[in-house]
Design a protein around this ligand. Structure first.
Ligand code: SAH
Length: 315
């Protein structure tokens, strides 16, 4: 072959952190080796505390298509996926450029950067040696997985709430686990057992891989389906889904499965309806945090008895 150097076509779309996740999932089937989300508002610092960052700083979604006989088919797939998303929200025009193999390897690795969440959580791609500080909780998540890279404002809000509330020995239920990010975080904070559920098979596969990669398999179980298979009483129930879904789950009885609830995926315009749903399910609203247009609610089940002992009750 005259051309022994493999060439690639790079696709780059500059967008915000919400759309970045959706674009990443939509184009994933057509690209090779996953999708990189590159956060570019870090003032030259690779990983910073997210609280100090502007909420909707730009993200570059970067992916690569091999320049071979599959190129046109893949490119058509990407364009179809983007035009579907465009029906929901305008997607910026992608920039396409040619890169040689050597550049590709470099571009690929530098596109992934560690992300800091909450006080001391560091999300790191597996090939990067995490530059962690003492006390950091390091999660290794490879890209191209299900929703839950740590860049979405709702994931960040939930991560901070989990960091504040999960205590060693607790039982945690994570409804809509996606990449497994919040389940793994709860386990790393000392939860004795975590059940992460998702109705999407791809998410379940990705979450299981990530659980193994993070060495928390003994304490984290990932299951296909929704919360109804969850047995018993959880100290903390997390659901980062969507306002409408959370309301429905509350109507179905989710409020009886736990003591503390962390809900997100709620737009600020929907917060009141979710709060009303939570109150109707016997929950009290304890805290509300906002990042960009997104709200995270922390609720507690109203106590019917005057029990003082709220021990983590693992056994
Ligand atoms: N927990 C992750 C992912 C959130 S995305 C994070 O915080 O980043 C929401 C996930 O909920 C998706 O993976 C979706 O498949 C899942 N989902 C949607 N409806 C659900 C339901 N009724 N029960 C369980 N999972 C659901």
């Amino acid at each position: 072959m005259a051309d022994s150097i493999q060439h690639w076509i790079e696709l780059a779309i500059e967008t915000d952190s919400e759309l970045a996740e959706a674009i990443s999932e939509a184009i994933y089937p057509y690209v090779e080796g996953g999708v990189a989300l590159e956060q570019i508002n870090f003032n030259n610092r690779i990983a910073d505390r997210w609280e100090e960052e502007t909420a909707t700083g730009p993200i570059v979604v970067r992916a690569y298509l091999p320049r071979d006989e599959t190129l046109e088919e893949r490119r058509a797939g990407v364009e179809r996926a983007l035009s579907c998303l465009n029906l929901i929200r305008p997607v910026p025009q992608p920039a396409w450029r040619d890169v040689a193999q050597a550049d590709w390897a470099e571009a690929w690795k530098t596109a992934f950067k560690p992300v800091r969440l909450g006080q001391s959580i560091l999300i790191c791609p597996s090939w990067i040696e995490a530059e962690s500080q003492p006390g950091d909780i390091v999660l290794t998540l490879d890209p191209g997985m299900a929703f839950g890279t740590g860049l979405h404002p709702t994931t960040q809000l939930c991560a901070a709430a989990i960091e504040e509330r999960v205590q060693p020995g607790m039982r945690v239920l994570d409804v809509g686990t996606g990449s497994g990010i919040l389940s793994i975080l709860a386990a790393k904070l000392g939860a004795a057992s975590v059940l992460g559920v998702d109705i999407d098979e791809e998410a379940v596969r990705a979450a299981r891989d990530n659980v193994t990669r993070n060495d928390v398999s003994e304490r984290v179980t990932i299951a296909l389906g929704s919360w109804k298979q969850a047995q018993g009483d959880y100290d903390i129930v997390i659901a980062n889904i969507l306002a409408g879904v959370i309301r429905r789950l509350l109507q179905e009885g989710l409020g009886k499965t736990g003591r503390t609830f962390i809900f997100s995926g709620i737009l600020d315009t929907q917060a009141e309806e979710v709060k009303a749903g939570a109150r109707a399910a016997g929950l009290q609203i304890m805290d509300q945090k906002q990042r960009a247009d997104w709200i995270c609610l922390v609720c507690e089940r109203e106590q019917t008895t005057s029990h003082k002992d709220h021990g983590a009750g693992g056994k």
